[in-house]
Design a protein around this ligand. Structure first.
Ligand SMILES: [Zn+2]
Length: 174
C-alpha cells in the first residue's frame, strides 16, 4: 500500500503543509475559487468570445503556483528556494527558472500533474474549476474550445491521483 512518506510516493502527493497533500489542496482551492464572482462561467445566451479572454493570465498563473507550491516555488531537483534565476519568459507569465545550485531548468508545472501542459494559465484554472464542480468533460471542452480527449486524459490523471491519495490516507489511519 502506498503511503505518503514512502520513497515511491511522488512528492506532489505528499502534504506540503499539514499533510493535506497536493491533490487535497488543489481541490479545495478550486472549490474556494469557484465562489469568486470574476471566475463565473454562467451560461450566456449570446457569447461570441471565450470567457478566457476576460480573465487575467498573470492572476491565474499566481493562483496555480499557490496551489501547486503552497510553500513557495523550489527547485524540483535539489529543493533550493534561493538562487532561482529567470531563464526564459517566452511563455509569460509562465516563467522558466534555472537553479543556480544544480543548474536544473524548470517551471511551476515541472514535476506536477500539469507538467508538459501547453494550456495557458486561464484555461488551466477554468479546467480545474470545471473538474472540481463536476462539469462533464464534453461540456467543458465545448465551453473552452479544448480538445475533449486531452481534457479526459487530464481528468483521469487528476482522479487517479485523488484516489491514490485517499487510499494512502485510509491505510495510514487504520
Ligand atoms: Zn537545484
Amino acid at each position: 500500500m502506498l503511503r505518503p512518506g514512502d520513497s515511491k510516493t511522488p512528492w506532489w502527493l505528499m502534504g506540503g503543509t499539514g499533510g493535506s497533500g497536493f491533490t487535497g489542496l488543489i481541490r479545495l482551492s478550486v472549490i474556494e475559487g469557484a465562489t469568486r464572482p470574476h471566475l463565473s462561467v454562467e451560461p450566456e445566451p449570446a457569447m461570441d468570445f471565450p470567457i478566457s479572454d476576460l480573465m487575467d493570465q498573470g492572476a491565474c498563473y499566481d493562483k496555480l503556483v499557490s496551489w501547486l507550491h503552497p510553500d513557495g516555488l523550489a527547485c524540483p531537483r535539489c529543493g533550493a528556494r534561493d538562487g532561482l534565476v529567470v531563464h526564459h519568459r517566452h511563455r509569460d507569465p509562465v516563467i522558466d527558472y534555472r537553479c543556480a545550485g544544480c543548474r536544473r531548468v524548470f517551471n511551476a508545472f515541472t514535476g506536477t500533474l500539469l507538467q508538459g501542459t501547453k494550456r495557458r494559465p486561464v484555461e488551466l484554472v477554468l479546467i480545474l474549476r470545471g473538474f472540481a464542480q463536476g462539469v462533464p468533460t464534453a461540456q467543458l471542452a465545448r465551453e473552452l474550445g479544448c480538445d475533449r480527449k486531452e481534457l479526459l486524459q487530464l481528468r483521469h490523471r487528476l482522479q487517479h491521483a485523488v484516489y491514490r491519495f485517499h487510499q494512502a490516507a485510509l491505510a495510514q489511519s487504520s
